[in-house]
Write a protein of this length. Structure first.
Length: 467
């Protein structure tokens, strides 16, 4: 595949030849003028004298055209291409990639920060689509961050000789209080923060973020969670974290699987705690990535306490818990005024440890039960719930790989739980169990797709995924 090399061309004060007329020519003229190019415009076929003067100008480095833009393809503009090739000029022909040596990308502009989105000339509409998404995601004050870096670049280089350490310094402070002060248009506070950081004699401490990855769909991850994931030097992730979310990590980040499997715990919780402390003490930025929310059956509290006791800075970034995301994705409301006035979250392990009398509250009418990690024990759980008073006809749903393209749903009743479990294999992905009358609403709120019908792609993060 012919893959272009992105390159920023300096054209301020340099001659540029614009050929053609119409809307495209006007747009390119504005773009070139914004960058203070010296524009020669041929809106119509040039005379031999004009071509001769341009040829003579190309003999001098000071007056040679840095770029030629053909804004419309017609007989007379196409006739100029042999001359352009003979003069060995860099050519961009709008909507004609086969004629071009270079392409003008869609541009996201934040002052001196310029982001170009190119498709090799194959799809300008796609480039504009991506640009729109980036415009929405990037702060308007990004130019102030660039100004902060410009003011401190030389001093930081002199104070921190090691390239890796210097990179970590900038990553930490551009994403920290100094960077936030710059974005808030408070350069004095930003400078004071960097001054204090450079003057500190103690080693830089690490930062650990306990991040909720959400239920699986990368689009349901919070913006702060995504930011912490992409800042991390090391990512420790659970089995419940989907490949779609992991693909958003920084390319050079170190990924460590510390997930627990049914009947297999290769990395005990104490070892995970010790690993987080070790990485933090080494001054690294760590993302502890957990399925759902860190504080809901995620042992986030245990890890946070261990880090605090070790003197490591820790931050908890909440995530959309799997229960609420699954309810939305499947059309099974967790509460409903007629059918379920409350909802209860439990784990399969916890449910089995309850005494006989403790099962009575779990069998209340008009309540939805959400059971995490209960698939392997569903037959036993169903039996206990029936003994406590729930009718055998009480419906439940098994939802596997919720919110991802691999999502599967199996419905059943407490009277025959094995019939439903036999249709799923736990090795294919995590399973959430929802018990209650609201599961019957799925066929009305989220009916199955008709044959040949496809779910529309509404994932706003697909364009951010790492290659």
């Amino acid at each position: 595949m012919n893959t272009p090399l992105p390159f920023q061309l300096q054209i301020s004060g340099r001659p540029v030849l614009l050929i053609g007329h119409g809307e495209a020519a006007e747009a390119k003229a504005r773009l070139l003028a914004e960058r203070e190019a010296v524009i020669t415009h041929w809106p119509a076929a040039p005379s031999p004298e004009q071509i001769q003067r341009a040829t003579e100008a190309n003999r001098s480095a000071a007056t040679r055209f840095a770029l030629v833009v053909i804004a419309e393809i017609s007989d007379w503009t196409t006739a100029l291409i042999p001359w352009i090739e003979e003069e060995r000029l860099l050519l961009n022909a709008v909507d004609a990639p086969h004629l071009s040596q270079g392409f003008i990308p869609a541009i996201v502009s934040r002052g001196r920060v310029q982001i170009g989105i190119g498709t090799g000339g194959s799809s300008p509409v796609l480039a504009r689509f991506v640009r729109t998404r980036l415009e929405q995601a990037l702060p308007q004050g990004l130019e102030r961050l660039a100004a902060l870096a410009d003011r401190w670049q030389l001093r930081v280089r002199e104070a921190i000789g090691d390239i890796s350490t210097r990179r970590k310094f900038w990553e930490r402070h551009l994403a920290g209080p100094a960077g936030q002060a710059a974005l808030d248009n408070d350069p004095e506070a930003a400078d004071a923060n960097l001054e204090a950081a450079l003057s500190a004699k103690h080693p830089v401490s690490g930062r650990v973020s306990l991040v909720g990855a959400g239920p699986g769909d990368a689009a349901l991850m919070t913006l702060k969670g995504l930011q912490r994931l992409q800042e991390a030097d090391v990512v420790l992730f659970d089995k419940l974290v989907s490949p779609e979310v992991l693909s958003l990590a920084r390319r050079d980040a170190q990924l460590e699987d510390v997930g627990k499997r049914r009947g297999h715990c290769p990395t005990p919780q104490a070892d995970i705690n010790a690993r987080l402390i070790d990485l933090g003490q080494r001054g690294l930025t760590v993302c502890r990535l957990k399925g759902g929310d860190p504080y809901l059956f995620g042992r986030g509290g245990e890890e946070a306490l261990a880090l605090v006791e070790a003197g490591i800075s820790v931050e908890v970034v909440p995530g959309i818990t799997t229960a609420s995301a699954t309810a939305a994705a499947t059309g099974m409301p967790l509460t409903h005024r007629r059918l379920a006035r409350s909802v209860r979250f439990i784990t399969g392990h916890l449910a089995l440890e309850q005494s006989e009398t403790d099962w009575q509250p779990l069998a209340l009418g008009q309540e939805t039960l959400v059971i995490y990690m209960g698939f392997s024990h569903l037959v036993t759980i169903a039996g206990r719930l029936k003994e406590a008073g729930l009718a055998p006809s009480t419906p439940f749903a098994l939802i596997q790989n919720a919110t991802t393209p691999r999502q599967r749903i199996v419905h059943g009743e407490l009277g025959q739980p094995a019939r439903a479990t036999q249709k799923m294999n736990l090795e294919d992905g995590p399973v959430l169990i929802i018990v209650g009358e609201t599961t019957r609403l799925a066929s009305q709120i989220k009916p199955p797709l008709e044959p040949g019908q496809e779910e529309s792609n509404t994932d706003p993060l697909f364009w951010l995924r790492s290659a």
